[in-house]
Design a binder for this molecule. Structure first.
Ligand SMILES: [Zn+2]
Length: 313
């Protein structure tokens, strides 16, 4: 740009003179370059939702720091991260996003059924409006689904990194009564067909707000309240870990010692209500049992319920 520079010196000041042969064109070029830089910087926050620019594990850590999780929690989530996890998560995200309209309509049907049974109360009406607005706004819907998935991956990362000893004899009680059978079994094919991801838990349908009880003696390891997103509580026991998903409110604190049967939280799961997230089978408790970092079928350790088996057939 500068073809010639003259340096003049006198006692008061140092002056640099630059001779620009095409000042108007040069100014235009500088403005255009500045504009491009500004646009790129401006676009970064919007791009955070794009899978091309951010990995889910990274997004989970971003969300965690935004949610106020300490460095310890972030380190635990990142400990799970591997290339396979990232690839698996990207595949899951694509599968869920491909089904988002179907999932939203399924959520609306659950709300319609609920209002047919208990009347169209305020929370159901608000939840319906929320799902309808997501059906109308593709970008907002994508964002919501990605957020829920990130919250679920964060939960997975946290349970996998809770350090426990050898399981020994596992004695657990039902955290809620399975009076209406199960709405989703462990690795339920119909769940995967609907939501696009494997279900490594059991869903026990109970009315919204039911008491969730600790399945065994233990210590409350983590409570994550994601507001209208997916909220859950993780309890560490002798040799294993339990997770209670879609909690709508919590009655214990992290670090608290709990006995088997103590009430931990209130259940949720109604689409569009606190703790539910976008991937839910309706009002229920999502219950996970984790041993050595692996999620196991809770039915293999829970007391047998012959009537439940009949209901499943
Ligand atoms: Zn579930």
């Amino acid at each position: 740009m500068a073809e010639e520079s003259d340096f003049c010196y006198n006692a008061q000041m140092l002056r640099v003179e630059i001779d620009i042969p095409h000042p108007v064109e040069t100014l235009f070029l500088l403005l255009a370059t500045g504009g491009v830089c500004l646009w790129m910087t401006w676009d970064i926050p919007q791009d955070r939702q794009s899978q091309a620019s951010v990995t889910p594990a990274h997004a989970a850590s971003v969300m965690d720091s935004e949610a106020g999780g300490g460095p310890d929690r972030q380190a635990r989530i990142l400990a799970l991260r591997s290339a396979e996890d990232d690839a698996r998560r990207i595949r899951s995200e694509q599968a869920v996003l491909a089904r988002r309209e179907e999932i939203l309509r399924y959520g609306l049907k659950i709300l319609e059924d609920a209002s047919a049974h208990s009347g169209d109360n305020v929370s159901i009406r608000v939840a319906k409006e929320k799902l309808l607005s997501l059906l109308a706004d593709e970008r907002a819907a994508e964002e919501q689904f990605r957020e829920t998935l990130q919250e679920m991956w964060e939960a997975e990362g946290l349970t996998a990194t809770v350090a426990v000893g050898s399981p020994g004899v596992v004695r657990v009680l039902w955290p809620v009564e399975p009076d209406d059978g199960l709405s989703a079994t462990f690795l339920d094919p119909s769940y995967e067909q609907r939501f696009g991801i494997p279900h490594k838990a059991i869903d026990i349908p109970v009315p919204q707000g039911s008491a969730i009880r600790s399945a065994a003696d233990g210590v409350v390891d983590t409570i994550v309240d994601n507001g209208l997103g997916y909220s859950y509580i993780i309890v560490k026991h002798e040799g294993f870990v339990t997770l209670y998903g879609h909690a709508s409110s919590f009655f214990v604190a992290e670090g608290e010692v709990v006995r088997q049967g103590d009430v931990l939280a209130a259940s949720g799961g109604m689409p569009g209500t606190p703790g539910a997230g976008t991937l839910t089978t309706g009002p229920h408790l999502h219950f996970e049992v984790i041993m050595n970092g692996e999620r196991r079928d809770p039915l293999t350790v829970l007391p047998a319920r012959p009537e439940l088996r009949q209901a499943q057939q």
